[in-house]
Design a protein around this ligand. Structure first.
Ligand code: BJ8
Length: 426
C-alpha cells in the first residue's frame, strides 16, 4: 500500500516480512474495494486514504523517530486507558492492531478456540510478527475488563512488557476509590517507563489535547444527524478508527476540516445517500481497524449508518475531562470521573448503555439498530437481551448480528441485513 519502501524499518522491528507484505496487499485490496468505490465522498477523506496507505509506514516511522528523540511509545487495547497520562510525559499512545483475522493458528496454541476474534487478533498480530506498533512499544497497557482479555494479558505478558490496569466492574463509592488508586498506580508506571514525573502543566496539556480530539469527533457525530447523511458510516468509522493511531493535534485539525466541508454539504442539501435511505445505528462491540465487515454489508445494501454506539465511536468520545483542575491530583480525579462514565458491557448494572442506544437512535433519526457482537463475547452477547427489550419498548426495530473477522458469513449477513431493511421500508 505504501509508496515508499519501508522494508529495512520493518526488518529492524523483527516483522515477518513475507507474511506482512501479504497482509498489506490484502488490506490494500479490501480498502480499495470497500472505501474507494463509495460515491460522493467528502474531499477531506483523502487524508484518511493517505493515512491508511501509510498505516504501517509513515506513522510507524514517526514513532521510531520519537523514540530516537527519547520519547516512549505506549500501546493500548481499551478505552479505559487514559491517553492524557501518556501525553503528560510526552509519550506517544497508540491503539494496537486487533481488527483482522491473522496469526489465528499461532494464537490458538495459547488461547481456547472459543475466544473472541479481537483477543485472538492481538495475539495473532504479535505471534505472527505482523504489528509494527506492538513491536515499537516500550510498554503495553492491558486491563481487567472482560475475563478473556484479563486472562489473555497474563500470557501476552510473556511476549511483551505488559502492565495490567484493574478496571472495576461496578460504579459505587468503593469502586470509584479503587479506580482512582489504579489510575495513580498506572501514572507511576508511566512515569517510570518515560523517565519523568507527571507535572500539572503537562497533564493539563494532555487533557486539552485529548479533549480537542474528542470534541472534533463529537462535532462529526452531530453532523450525521443531517438528512441526507453528509458522510457514509464507513468513512465516519474509519475516522474513529484512525483516532487511535494518528498524531492527536494533526488528526484533530483534519477532522475539523472534514466537518467544515460537511457543514457546507449540509447547507447545500448534499449527501452520500438519498434522503429516504434507511438510517441505521450500529451498537455493540468495538470495530478496530481493519474490521469493516458489517458496515460494508449494511451500506452496500443501500442503507446509511448514522452513528456507532461503540468504543470506536460515541462510547469513546461522549464525555470530555473537566478542564478546571489545577493540581495533578485534581486533574487525576477529573480523569477518573470521566473514564468511569464509559458504559462498557463489562460493567454491571449497565443500564446507562441502554439509555444511550435509545438516545442516539432518536437523536440521529435512525430507522433501526443493528446490534453487533463478536462471537464468544459474553458481555455484549448477554447485554444484547437488555438492548433488545429496551428497543422493543421504544418501538425501535433491531437486528442482532453475531460474527467474527472471517468472511465466510458475508452472504448470510447480507441476506439478513437486506431482509431487515425490507422490514424497515415497510
Ligand atoms: S471499553 S468494549 S475496548 S473492554 S469483544 S475483548 S469485551 S470478549 S473489546 Fe472493549 Fe474496553 Fe469494553 Fe471497549 Fe472482551 Fe468482548 Fe472480546 Fe471485547
Amino acid at each position: 500500500m505504501a509508496a515508499k519502501d519501508y522494508t529495512t524499518m520493518w526488518e529492524s522491528l523483527g516483522l515477518n516480512l513475507e507474511a506482512h507484505n501479504g497482509l498489506l496487499q490484502v488490506l490494500g485490496q479490501a480498502y480499495g474495494d470497500i472505501f474507494l468505490t463509495q460515491k460522493s465522498r467528502p474531499k477531506g477523506m483523502q487524508y484518511l486514504d493517505f493515512v491508511l496507505s501509510e498505516i504501517h509506514g509513515l506513522r510507524v516511522e514517526e514513532l521510531l523517530k520519537a523514540k530516537a528523540e527519547g520519547r516512549k511509545v505506549i500501546g493500548t487495547f481499551c478505552l479505559y486507558v487514559p491517553e492524557e497520562l501518556i501525553l503528560a510525559v510526552d509519550g506517544v499512545c497508540v491503539g494496537l492492531c486487533a481488527g483482522a483475522s491473522v496469526g489465528t493458528e499461532q494464537a490458538e496454541r495459547y488461547l481456547p478456540r472459543n475466544t473472541c476474534a479481537l483477543i485472538k487478533s492481538f495475539f495473532g498480530f504479535k505471534l505472527a510478527g505482523l504489528c509494527p506498533y506492538t513491536e515499537s512499544c516500550d510498554l503495553v497497557i492491558g486491563e481487567t475488563t472482560c475475563d478473556g482479555k484479563k486472562k489473555a494479558y497474563e500470557i501476552f505478558g510473556e511476549f511483551k512488557d505488559t502492565f495490567v490496569l484493574e478496571v472495576p466492574h461496578m460504579k459505587g463509592p468503593e469502586d470509584k476509590r479503587l479506580w482512582l488508586a489504579e489510575l495513580k498506580r498506572l501514572a507511576a508506571k508511566i512515569e517510570e517507563v518515560c523517565g519523568r514525573a507527571i507535572a500539572a502543566e503537562g497533564l493539563k496539556r494532555g487533557i486539552r489535547t485529548v479533549n480537542a480530539k474528542r470534541a472534533a469527533l463529537q462535532r462529526l457525530a452531530r453532523l450525521r444527524r443531517a438528512r441526507p447523511a453528509p458522510i457514509s458510516g464507513l468513512d465516519a468509522l474509519l475516522i474513529n478508527q484512525v483516532a487511535f493511531y494518528d498524531d492527536p493535534p494533526r488528526f484533530t485539525a483534519q477532522v475539523n476540516a472534514i466537518c467544515d466541508e460537511l457543514e457546507a454539504r449540509i447547507a447545500k442539501g448534499e449527501g452520500v445517500a438519498p434522503a429516504d435511505a434507511q438510517r441505521i445505528l450500529v451498537a455493540g462491540c468495538p470495530m478496530a481497524a481493519p474490521n469493516w465487515k458489517v458496515p460494508a454489508v449494511v451500506e452496500q445494501a443501500g442503507a446509511v449508518i448514522v452513528g456507532e454506539e461503540s468504543c470506536v465511536g460515541e462510547r469513546g468520545t461522549r464525555n470530555l475531562v473537566a478542564e478546571d483542575g489545577e493540581t495533578v491530583d485534581e486533574m487525576l480525579a477529573a480523569i477518573a470521573d470521566r473514564y468511569l462514565n464509559i458504559d462498557c458491557a463489562c460493567f454491571t448494572p449497565n443500564t446507562e448503555r441502554l439509555d444511550h442506544v435509545v438516545e442516539m437512535a432518536r437523536d440521529l433519526q435512525a430507522d433501526g439498530v443493528v446490534h453487533y457482537a463478536l462471537l464468544f463475547c459474553t458481555p455484549y452477547l448477554m447485554e444484547a437481551r437488555g438492548v433488545r427489550q429496551r428497543a422493543r419498548d421504544e418501538g425501535i426495530p433491531m437486528l442482532e448480528v453475531e460474527t467474527d473477522y472471517s468472511m465466510e458469513d458475508m452472504g448470510q449477513l447480507a441476506t439478513r441485513v437486506q431482509a431487515f431493511l425490507e422490514v424497515l421500508r415497510g
